[in-house]
Design a protein. Structure first.
Length: 429
């Protein structure tokens, strides 16, 4: 079918219409005419792939990566970076309106990132190549919409240390060093892109685990801590301190093997400043889904008490270590609660001036929103990595007596459709 792309939507696809059906096609630009083949057909929509580009947009750029459109990592390398930011801003506004009926006509403040070499975390898939693994082991990423391996030779969105590590592992795979049981290597680059936190995941522990650990450390000499993990048997072996240090907004954070930290090494400072520095000094703030304390610690400079809530046991341990080391210096109190957020808020009796929300992609449960409306903080700051669930949750807050005061878009994930939004809410008088 020949179609003309009308607009880009969240998820990395372009939208068009054909014979009464909505058509979704990746790797296109608005106003482009393409010949597309159906990949999946439902009653009201079609997912398709571009077969030929019939009328390209003058805005189309050449992709930097040779694996683009095969590897499932990037969606927008065919779009110049300044336009990526513009399209993401439009997509965020449209998603809020379409899903949440949230009509935000004010400014969406866009925070740009250097478009390349920004990622401080990577997950590399490892699989046998060829029939019965006769081709040795390959390393890379999954293909788009697939669990098939795309073996990569380069990845321009990685930090210099992570790219160096990928190339070293690629050479190790070619040399037969990677055991057949290995399924994934995750690496996080700490402060100044100098130290690595490495987690190797296996489907069955290798026969000579210590020997492979020694070889892996020799291959990745910047490794600070190395963890072997076999989730099928819940077996783990740690070689190192279990964490690495990183920095944001002048503060130092411990990040462990199963903890999360923002993946864009350039924008973490600006994200923290935007979220925290506009806050007046106050008595009490709640930091829900606190992680390792990225926002808890700077909030303690503004509030007499900060209550930080985190359900993930590994992240809660890092949160406890990070906040206990900083409380004495700040003179403020950070209370850590290792608890489920909804259960915590359901029993909470105090009234904070600020509630900070940084939930996972699934957003908030209806119960959490109901309990927060009862707690009735004067201000809520919602940090979201998923515009559809953000739109849904904002609609519920607006019905509960809040209004939007500011919207920011942080482009933490250049070359992809992903984005981070920061929305300020205040109680209506």
């Amino acid at each position: 079918m020949e179609i003309t792309i009308e607009k880009l939507i969240y998820g990395g696809e372009g939208l068009a219409h054909h014979d009464g059906s909505t058509v979704f096609v990746p790797f296109v630009l608005p106003a482009e005419k393409v010949s597309a083949a159906t990949v999946e057909q439902k009653k009201k929509f079609i997912r398709a792939r571009m077969e030929r580009l019939l009328d390209p947009s003058p805005e189309r750029a050449a992709a930097r990566c040779p694996h683009f459109a095969v590897c499932g990592g990037c969606d927008y390398q065919h779009i110049p970076y300044e336009l990526q930011l513009r399209y993401k801003t439009e997509i965020l506004r449209e998603t809020l309106r379409r899903i949440g009926r949230v009509e935000w006509t004010g400014e969406i403040a866009a925070h740009a990132s250097p478009p390349w070499a920004y990622r401080n975390r990577a997950q590399w898939k490892v699989r046998p190549l060829g029939e019965d693994g006769a081709g040795g082991m390959g390393i890379g990423y999954f293909r788009a919409n697939s669990t098939a391996l795309c073996v990569v030779e380069d990845c321009s969105i990685l930090s210099p240390l992570l790219l160096k590590s990928l190339l070293a592992l690629r050479a190790a795979a070619a040399g037969g060093m990677l055991p057949r049981e290995l399924r994934e290597i995750e690496a996080f680059a700490g402060a100044n892109d100098s130290k690595l936190l490495v987690t190797a995941t296996f489907a069955g522990f290798p026969a000579r685990a210590q020997e492979f650990a020694d070889k892996l450390r020799a291959t990745l000499p910047e490794t600070e801590s190395l963890l072997f993990h076999d989730p099928t048997r819940e077996r783990m072996e740690l070689d190192g301190p279990g964490s690495v240090e990183t920095e944001a907004a002048g503060l130092t954070y411990r990040v462990g093997h199963f903890s999360f930290f923002q993946v864009n090494r350039f924008l973490a400072d600006e994200l923290v400043r935007t979220v925290v520095e506009g806050e007046p000094e106050g008595r009490l703030a709640l930091d829900l889904f606190a992680g390792v304390g990225l926002f808890s610690m700077p909030l303690a400079k503004r509030f007499a008490r900060v209550v930080a809530v985190e359900a993930n046991p590994a992240a809660a341990r890092d949160l406890e270590a990070n906040t206990s080391g900083n409380v004495a210096r700040s003179g403020r109190v950070i209370e850590v609660r290792a608890a489920d957020v909804e259960q915590f808020v359901a029993k909470y009796k105090e009234k904070p001036e600020l509630v900070l929300l940084d939930p996972p992609r699934a957003g908030l449960t209806p119960g959490t929103i109901k309990h927060l409306a009862r707690v009735a903080p004067a201000r809520i700051t919602y940090i979201s990595c998923d515009p559809p669930t953000l739109a849904r949750d904002l609609a519920a807050f607006l019905k509960s007596g809040y209004e939007i005061s500011a919207v920011h878009l942080f482009d933490l994930f250049p070359q992809t459709f992903h984005m981070e939004a920061v929305v300020g809410l205040r109680r209506r008088p």
